[in-house]
Design a protein around this ligand. Sequence first.
Ligand SMILES: Nc1ncnc2c1ncn2[C@@H]1O[C@H](COP(=O)(O)OP(=O)(O)OP(=O)(O)O)[C@@H](O)[C@H]1O
Ligand SMILES: [Mg+2]
Length: 362
Amino acid sequence: MSLISLHINNLRNLSSVKVSPSDKFNLLYGPNGSGKTSFFEAIYYLMLGRSFRTRHNVRAIQHNNTHLSIFAKIRKDDELISLGIERHSGGKNLLRINQENKSSMLEATKILPVQLLNPESRHLLTAYSKARRGFIDWGVFHVEPSFILSWQQAQRALKQRNAALKSNASKTMVEIWNVELNHAAGRLNTFRKNYLAALEPILLNMLSIFFKDTFNLSFKYKAGWDEEDGLITTLQRTLSRDFQLGYTQHGPHKTDLLIRINNTIPAQDVLSQGQQKLLVYALHLAQGILLKKQSGKKCVFLLDDLSAELDVENRRKVIEALHQIDAQVFITAIDKETLESMGDFPNTCMFHVERGKIIPAV
Ligand SMILES: Nc1ncnc2c1ncn2[C@@H]1O[C@H](COP(=O)(O)OP(=O)(O)OP(=O)(O)O)[C@@H](O)[C@H]1O
Ligand SMILES: [Mg+2]
């Protein structure tokens, strides 16, 4: 899968942008405020139906305009898929795939898996568990067709159970949802564990290249409840506290990935900022490799400001890994020289971004 053309209208300062990228490396340079991140926002918006910059998608619409639109052609093996999304300021996303209206954004999301890496990605290590669950679930979603159903069932059971707890419903009412939640949690737990078990060797291999075995990094899966007792027993044991709190303390909504050094210290307590960035890149690159291995799908990597906090040697390691993955890659930088110093790979397109225009550069 790769984007072969992109047409963006009225998204932030991108009034009308048409780009035909390479299916390998695409390097974009331009000054602050020229539109580099907005270009990534457009790709992300098209595939996920939302911005990564704000919870208020409407803010991505260009000032003094009523709507934004993004169209793309995506090559999937021998097939060409056309994808379009439109968002009016007062309305919802309107998604079309091959000229057909679609009601669920997931239809688009599953076509082209997107990996966005920017200076904020480092927070994967320090953020709440939701971010790391999102990381695991990205991988499971793209390889396990029934994941989304189990995830939705867990969300529904959790919502109902929390509502029962809040309204001080009977113990029996709450316990009905224990059973539902337990079923969905069991499936999610298996998916997530299997995914991480497959990811770990790829990840460790990448880390030994990136860090030359300087750090003994470990990755420990945490289900979100006492796995020895099982979720039902855990929920029963903690029921009175759940009633006091008005929400469910344990379950698949608490799943986490503990990233540690020497099995004890949280990685972020030891690693420098650049090293944290490198670790997070390794996590996402490993996902790209596994995705291809498990499903044959290629993802598109969007690397915003790769050079920030990474020295030349580490940038090269990242670029070399991306080259090995054979993914479609977009990388931004302020100046052309930074991009040129990253190496010379075949089928690379260079673009100059200037005041909302994206022009092929030589
Ligand atoms: N809704 C909007 N309508 C029009 N312009 C906008 C809107 N929101 C933001 N902008 C402007 O769009 C421009 C592009 O921003 P963007 O973040 O894409 O720049 P950038 O090239 O990534 O810059 P940097 O190198 O600083 O990260 C900025 O000048 C910003 O002020
Ligand atoms: Mg930017």
